[in-house]
Ligand binder design. Sequence first.
Ligand code: ME8
Length: 656
Amino acid sequence: MEKTCNNVYITTPIYYVNDVAHIGHAYTTIIADMIARYSRLTGQKTFLLTGTDEHGQKIEQSAQARGKTPQEYANEVSGKFRALWDDFDITYDKFIRTTDDEHKTGVQYAFEKMYNKGDIYKGDYEGFYCVSCETFFTQTQLIEDEFCPDCGKPTNIVKEESYFFKLSKYEDKLLKWYEENPDCILPRAKKNEIVNFVKSGLRDLSISRTSFDWGVKLPQSINEPNHVMYVWLDALLNYITALGYGTDEKNMAFWPAKIHLVGKDILRFHAIYWPAFLMSLDLPLPKHIAAHGWWTRDGEKMSKSKGNVVDPKQVADAYGLDAFRYFLLREVPFGQDGDFSQKALMDRINSDLGNDLGNLLNRIMGMSGKYFDYQVVSKDVEKFHAKELNEVNALLENVEEYIFNMQLNRYLEEIWKVLTIANKAIGDYEPWTKMKEGKEDEAMALVALITNIVAKVALLLDSVMPQKIAQIASCLGIQISTESYNNLIVNKNLIEQTTITKVEQLFPRIEEILIEQAPTTDLSKNQTEIEAKEKKETKKVEVSVEDDNLITIDKFFETSIKIGTIVEAEEVPKSSKLLKLQVDLGEGKTRQVLAGIKEFYSASELVGTQACVVANLKPAKLMGMLSEGMLLAAKDENGLNLIRPEKPKVAGTKIS
Ligand code: ME8
C-alpha cells in the first residue's frame, strides 16, 4: 500500500530585510523545512517557499540610515538570510525576493484583477501608521493616542491619497470560511481571536501610498505614477507569485498552500487580509494558516538594545544543527511561547538524544558486534516480540496526524514512547542472559527488534534531524527513502536482515553550556516602547481558551498568585467602587493595587489583612492610576469576600 500523491505547498513568512535572522526566524523556517522534508519522504510532491520582504517605508528608512540605497541594502541582508538557510540545509524550492521582476509583475497583475472586479477604489486616507509594523491604525486603536498597539513604537500621522481594498465586503465570506473550515487557522484557540476581530467589523484597507516610493508601482493601466503598493499587499501576494501567478504559471498546481507558517505577530494579516485578497482574485484559500508562539531568551523578550538576541548560527555551531532543530520542535507546544536557554537545550541533548536515542544505537552496535558479528536477522522477531511490535505499530500508525495538526512536540513525544519500548525491552529480556543460557535465537530476536525500532524511528526523525539520521541509517544499513518509508512504516514490515556498521557516538554528553552568555545591555533605551506595549496588552481581551474549556497545569501555573499583605488603603476620590491599596508581596517595596471592593470593605478594615493577589498581571491604568496586581474575591448574592489564607502567611508566599 502506498499513499496517494498530493501536492504539498508549505511557506514561511518572507522576512523583512531590516534585521538579521535570529532564533525566531530560524524556528519558523525549521518547522516549515521539517514538514516539507516529511512530505517529500512520504512521497508527496512538495514545494517549500521562503524569501525576503524588501519594500516599504521601514526598509527605505533603514537603508537611508546606513547610507545605502534600499536595493543595495536589501541585496545585502537578503543574501545573509539565504546564506543562513543554505548553511542550515533548509530544503527550500524557491527563495523569493519581493524585488524580483516576476514578483512585481505578478503583484501588478493581481492589483489589476482586483481593480477590474470593482474591489479597489480611490479615496483619501487619514489616520496613523506604524512604520515598524507597516500597519495602519485609527486613533482609538492607539495607546495613549500615539503608540502602536502591536509594537509600542510611536506612530506617524498619515494623510494622503490612497487606493482602498473593499475588505468590508468580505466580512461575511470570511466568517463563513472560518466556520466551515475548523482547522483553517491553527492552533484552534488562535482562531477565536481572529473570528472575534472580524465580527467586530472590518474597515476597508488602504493599499497604496504616495509619501515614499520604495515599493511596487501600481499597474500602468491605472496610471498613478505617484502611488506604490502597500507593502503587505505586495508581501502576501508572494505566496502565489512564487508559483508563477501572473507570469509563468507552471507551478500554480501547488496552489492552494497546505500550510502557511507564521508567527502569532502576523496572523491577522494572513488570516484576514490574505484570504480576502484571494477571494477577490477568485483563487482557492489555503488549507491551514498555522501561527506559532514567541521565543524569549532566559525569560526576557529578545531585542537588539538588550543585547540578548539568540543567534541561531552560533547555537547550531556550538551544539549541532540537528540537536538545535530537535530542541526547537520538541521544547514548546506549537502555538505557545517558548524560552530559549542553553540549559534547556543541554538537557534535551543529554537526556532525549543521548540517553534515549544515542544509547539505543550504542546497544545495537555493541550487542550485534559482540554476539553476532554485526549480522542482524529479523526472522524470530514476531515469534518472541509480537507484543512490542504491536505496541510500536499502534503508536506509529497515528503519528502523522500530529504533523498536519501542528502538534509537532506530540509527534516527537509519540516517537519517544517507541524508543522507551525499545529501551525497556533490553532491560526486560536481557540478551546477555539469553546468550549465557544458550538461547541465541531469543537474543538475536531482541537485537533485531531494537534494530527495527530504531530503523522505523530513523525514518520518522529524518525530517527533524537529517544529518544524524543519515549516520543512523548508515549504521543500520538502511536507506532513508520513500520506498523504505512505505515498507517499514506504511506496510509495517521488518528489515529481513542487515549488517551493522560502527559509527561515532551520535550525541556526546555536554557537561556545561558552550556559549558564553552575551552581555546584557542597558534596558532603559527601549523603555517607552515596552511600556506602551505592555499597556496595550492590558487592554487585550484574552480569548485563548481551548475548545473544551480545559487548560493544562502548565497553563494554570502561568498565573502567579501570591499572598499579599495590605499595608495601606485609601478611597479613590470620585469613584464609587475603587480602593487604592499598597500591597506587600515580599518584593522589598509595595505594589499599588486598585480594587473594586469599596462597596464591601472600608479602607481602614483592610489595613494589616492579607489577600491572594495575581502577581503577574500586566499593569493597567484605572482612572489614570497604575494598578499592579489583582485581588482574588468571590461574589454571590450575599456580597463579595476577598479570598484570604486561613492563617497568616509570609508576604509573597506563592499559591499553588
Ligand atoms: O513580519 N519568536 O517579517 P519579520 C518567534 N515581512 N518567531 C519570531 C520571533 C520570535 N521572537 N521573531 C520573529 C514580517 N519571528 C513580514 C512578513 S509575510 C507575507 C510578511 C518570526 O521579518 C515569526 O515567524 O518581522 C514572525 O512571524 C516572523 O519572524 C516575522 O518576520
